[in-house]
Design a protein around this ligand. Structure first.
Ligand code: TPP
Length: 1021
């Protein structure tokens, strides 16, 4: 039988039935498939008709006895050809055969599968890209052969056809798994996973076939006939040389095709001309030259040498040049310690003299006691690099020790730059992330960031990731302990990013993959990874002795020539470099270094367009008073715009009611609630020329259903953002962020440090979820200015308040923020009225300073009948640091002043009202940092007869504000005063999990504050 020519659906069909039968306990292949259908005859009793049932959905098929076949429901999986599909990993597994068969059936005849499957396959666009079922492929080969007259009369032989199919399978095997056999490890220590499918025999071929010509399908993008020998030789050069490319996991056919066409056309040749090769050598000379110089001049000082990963420098040099060629104006780099000094000097042109000064303990920084500075390998830098086709602004972000977190900050900064340049096509600013191998695999923030990479609101057109994979991580000595994946880069596959592993000791291959990666990002606006497989010549740092835990590795490393040495030998051998020339170049580099001048060509006339003048945001102080009033007419105009719902939008009835209520607030018929005042505050700022970026989980609606900044049409789901109508050309983004805190907050931090004109708000769903981003809060938000002089006006909205919702939904951990306050680094506020929120937010943008604002934001207060404000308070008010007693009391009769902040005020008020307490004044401290001592003192002074001053809080004594502000309170009270605490007792957890207990506790603390005995420290453990 020459070829099986049954309709493809028979085979597909059979695959289903066989699988079902097997699942039901039948022996494999027990059933009989005929044109009439499939009949099992065993216990499963499977009987299926001869065509796919119309309702076969791409989710599950069930046999009569209930055994199930399951499929990924609508996953983004593409299939280019059935072979590639079978061998690519995405759908490998129990269902792959079945789906493959279905796909073949669909390729042959789209009506052979159900409409749902048809739609699913259609989405991959395989037909448009020339995918054909094997039957059709074989027919094509036959036709081609007949056309060539080789088999004019007779059909092609079974044997040849089988081998032809084997050749195509071999091609796919190289594309999919060639990387397993690639020569990636310069030390030749890494164990290779067996890849028998890269051998001829695996595909039914042998050496005897090497001189036979075969159709090579879509090899190198354009199908051609080739001798098997030539094909194998090219495949080896392409896929198993010093480049190991992983791309067959990519679902998108076009992207995959683009990569293999490019790789196969190059076939391992970088295409560098002599000048290009000299530039590579220059880069290696610079990389090694700097490290050697520092090594001898600053013996034993920490510098986290790049040595072993030297190819990073020619690589980055090439990236900056490509950027210049392609009109990129800004490249922002995030990187950790390894090789950082080298990048600063050799890529960014940081003057060596400055670096040497730092080694000698002389740092340039402001004469400000609040400035702490940072170690030299955390410092950032930016410069304008001259490239043949134009200047490129290159920035290296300041970076804490915490590995990988900086990448999310850089991504946010790049996004802000793209917004500023109106670069929606992501063609002018790009991000480069430089990872360590252990850190890339280990630090979860990378997963979060990759997950954000294509999400609306965070997309930056893809990042170029470079892993300095020196095969050690400083926390494990055995590679088996380092991770559970084959490659340190496997994480990147989650977003279908291509991963290009390359042997760092083949710098030309490094350039080849770097260019490929660069162009891939540019073309498809997606993340791409270059895994620079190298080694670490020295210890983790310069005091470390690596041989203690890696004896074998270091024996090899110590006898291995440097990358520069190997490369210069190669160039000498190729006759491209005179003997001894490399040494001269090395010496010349050293001489230039000693002269202290920048080692990079700096653009003398940089384009300053899009740069921010930060001077205007450093002029003020947190204490400077700001006029935040808004003319009532303006509030009316803006409020009207905010509630105008377009005719074609039908909001949900509950939302319509909220908007109708806002209309009443606008008309002055009802007091303003929180949601109204908040939206209005944003509108006034947008109207005044600011932009807005409000990001958080469910923030558009508001977790507590109060904001509704985005309306959803109930008929077709389209959305409407009233705030975007306030000013033409304004950038207003209200983003429901995905379920991550760490990378998202880091992104917003990066955004706000780049753009002082935009109101940046990150909102937690409940306040304590921000602790998932603790590193961002500790390492950036609260201390970035002190360490690096980076200004940041980010607002954190952290819902906080004890309402009986349990330990995790009560506290935003106020105490932690207060503990991090010093030297006016930020503000911490607990506003209790809509007007207070309105003016606090306006103040944040109108003040001449950019510092973070931490807000303990409300939950139940959003709807509290007393937590409302008048239009006059919005128009003519200001943010009050302290709000005095609101009831009318005879001041002279007041014996006790209760100070508090936040929601507990309303509980105190209710109790005081109920019991008509006339001798207790309740004072709200609305800003806890900078602490308003003068204002608190002034309030106390109003009550000359008062002797008790009580701080009342809802939080346990060891939490909340008490221990953080007690010294301020003590400074405010007079000699006649006795200061005491009323609140929950100390507790390891923020709150009780039981509503009943909460209610009892809450009533007790309110009672204690208002009328209880005063104590200070006697709260029991
Ligand atoms: C979050 C975090 N955990 C631990 C460390 C301590 N640390 C600094 S470098 C390093 C090793 C990182 O290994 P790798 O990513 O492979 O980079 P390499 O140093 O090998 O270049 C460790 C554990 C850190 N800086 N940050």
């Amino acid at each position: 039988m020459p070829f099986e020519r049954k309709p493809a659906y028979h085979r597909a069909f059979r695959a289903v039935a066989d699988r079902m039968a097997q699942n039901a306990g039948c022996p494999p292949g027990c059933g009989i498939a005929t044109d009439e259908g499939y009949n099992c005859g065993h216990q499963s009793g499977i009987r299926l008709p001869s065509a796919f049932p119309a309702d076969t959905a791409p989710r599950a098929l069930q046999s009569p006895d209930g055994c199930k076949l399951s499929f990924p429901a609508g996953g983004d999986v593409s299939i280019n050809s059935t072979r590639e599909f079978a061998e690519s990993s995405a759908l490998a597994g129990g269902n792959a055969d079945y789906v493959e068969a279905l796909y073949n059936a669909w390729l042959t005849d789209p009506s052979a599968v159900s409409a749902q499957w048809g739609g699913y396959f259609d989405s991959f666009q395989g037909r448009q890209h020339g995918d054909i079922a094997p039957d059709a492929a074989i027919a094509r080969i036959e036709a081609a052969q007949q056309q060539r007259g080789q088999h004019a009369a007779a059909p092609v032989s079974d044997e040849h056809a089988r081998k032809q199919a084997g050749v195509l399978r071999l091609l796919t095997a190289y594309r999919s798994r060639g990387h397993l056999a690639a020569n990636l490890d310069p030390l030749n220590l890494a164990e290779k996973m067996p890849a028998p499918d890269l051998g001829l025999a695996f595909h039914g071929l042998s050496d005897a076939d090497l001189d036979t010509e075969f159709d090579t399908g879509n090899y190198a993008g354009n199908g051609q006939r080739m001798k098997l020998r030539d094909l194998v030789e090219r495949l080896k050069k392409t896929y198993t040389g010093t480049i190991g490319a992983e791309f067959m996991h990519i679902s998108n056919h076009e992207q995959r095709n683009w990569i293999y066409s490019r790789l196969e056309k190059a076939a391992g040749d970088s295409g560098l001309d002599q000048a290009g090769k000299q530039r590579v050598l220059d880069g290696l000379t610079a990389a090694e030259g700097l490290e050697r110089y520092l090594h001898t001049k600053y013996v034993g000082q920490k510098r986290f040498s790049l040595e072993g990963g030297d190819s990073l420098i020619p690589m980055l040099d090439d990236v900056v040049r490509s950027a210049g060629d392609q009109g990129i104006r800004e490249v922002v780099i995030g990187m950790a310690h390894r090789g950082r000094l080298n990048v600063l000097v050799n890529i960014l042109g940081k003057p060596p003299k400055t670096l040497f000064d730092e080694f000698e303990g002389k740092f340039e920084h402001p004469e400000d006691p609040a400035h702490t500075g940072d170690v030299k390998y955390h410092l950032g830098f930016s410069t304008d690099v001259k490239t043949p086709k134009g200047g490129v602004h290159v920035a290296l972000a300041f970076n804490p020790s915490h590995l990988e977190i900086v990448n999310a900050v850089v991504a946010g900064s790049v996004h802000a730059r793209q917004v500023r340049r109106r670069d929606s096509g992501h063609k002018q600013s790009m991000a480069v992330f430089i990872h360590g191998d252990a850190a890339f695999a280990g630090q979860g923030v990378n997963m979060e960031l990759l997950n954000m990479s294509q999400a609306r609101g965070f997309r930056i057109g893809g990042a170029l990731h470079i892993v300095i994979n020196n095969q050690v991580g400083f926390t494990t000595s055995n590679p088996q302990d380092a991770r559970s994946t084959l490659y340190c880069t496997d994480l990147a596959k989650m977003v279908n990013a291509p991963v290009l592993h390359v042997n760092g000791d083949d710098p030309e291959a490094v350039i080849e993959v770097t260019r490929l990666a660069y162009d891939f990002r540019e073309q498809f606006e997606r993340d791409v990874v270059v895994d620079l497989v190298c080694y670490r010549r020295l210890g983790h740092n310069e005091a470390d002795e690596p041989a203690a835990t890696q004896p074998i590795m270091y024996k090899i490393i110590r006898s291995r020539p440097t990358t520069r040495d190997l490369y210069q030998q190669q160039l000498v051998k190729q006759g491209l470099l005179a003997d001894g020339e490399a040494q001269k170049q090395f010496d010349a580099y050293r001489a230039r270094l000693e002269a202290g001048k920048p080692m990079t060509d700096i653009d003398p006339k940089p384009n300053r367009e899009g740069r921010v003048d930060w001077a205007q945001f450093t002029a003020g102080k947190l204490s400077t008073d700001v006029d935040t009033r808004v003319a009532p007419d303006k509030l009316k105009t803006l409020g009207t715009k905010l509630i105008a719902i377009p005719d074609d939008l039908k909001p949900h009835s509950r939302v319509a009611k909220i908007y109708a209520d806002r209309a009443k607030m606008l008309a002055g018929e009802a007091p303003a609630d929180w949601g109204y005042a908040e939206n209005l505050a944003y509108a006034t700022l947008v109207d005044g020329g600011h932009d807005l970026r409000l990001v958080g989980q469910d923030s558009a609606r508001g977790t507590f259903f109060h904001r509704h900044a985005v309306l959803h049409d109930q008929n077709d789901g389209h959305t409407y953002l009233p705030l975007a109508t306030i000013r033409k050309g304004a950038d207003v983004e209200v983003i429901d962020s995905l379920l991550s805190e760490n990378a998202v907050m880091a992104f917003e931090y990066g955004h706000s440090t780049t753009d002082p004109y935009t109101l940046h708000i990150w909102e937690a769903q409940f306040g304590d979820f921000a602790n998932g981003a603790q590193v961002v809060i500790d390492q950036f938000v609260t201390s970035g200015e002190a360490k690096w002089n980076r200004y940041c006006g980010l607002v954190l909205l952290l819902p906080h308040g004890y309402e009986g919702q349990g330990p995790e939904h009560s506290s935003a951990r106020l105490e932690r923020y207060l503990q991090m306050c010093a030297m006016e680094n930020m503000s911490v506020c607990v506003p209790t009225t809509p007007a207070q929120y309105f003016h606090m937010i306006r103040r944040q943008m109108l003040r001449k300073v950019r510092k973070p604002l931490i807000v303990m934001s409300p939950k139940s207060l959003l709807r509290h009948k007393h937590a409302v404000s008048t239009l006059d308070e919005l128009a003519n008010g200001r943010f009050q640091l302290v709000i005095g007693e609101a009831r009318k009391l005879a001041a002279k009769k007041v014996k006790r002043v209760v100070l508090c902040s936040g929601k507990v005020y309303y509980d105190l008020l209710e109790h005081a009202d109920k019991d008509k307490l006339a001798d207790v004044a309740i004072v709200r401290v609305e800003q806890l940092y900078p602490f308003p001592r003068d204002e608190v003192s002034a309030e106390l002074a109003k009550y000359p007869a008062a002797t008790d001053v009580v701080w009342c809080q809802e939080e346990p004594m060891n939490q909340g504000a008490w221990f953080q502000i007690r010294h301020h309170l003590q400074a405010c009270i007079g000699e006649q005063h006795h200061l005491s605490y009323a609140g929950r007792v100390r507790s390891p957890a923020p709150a009780t999990g039981h509503l009943k207990e909460h209610t009892v506790e809450q009533a007790a603390l309110v009672e204690q504050a208002l009328v209880g005995a005063t104590e200070t420290e006697s709260a029991p453990e």
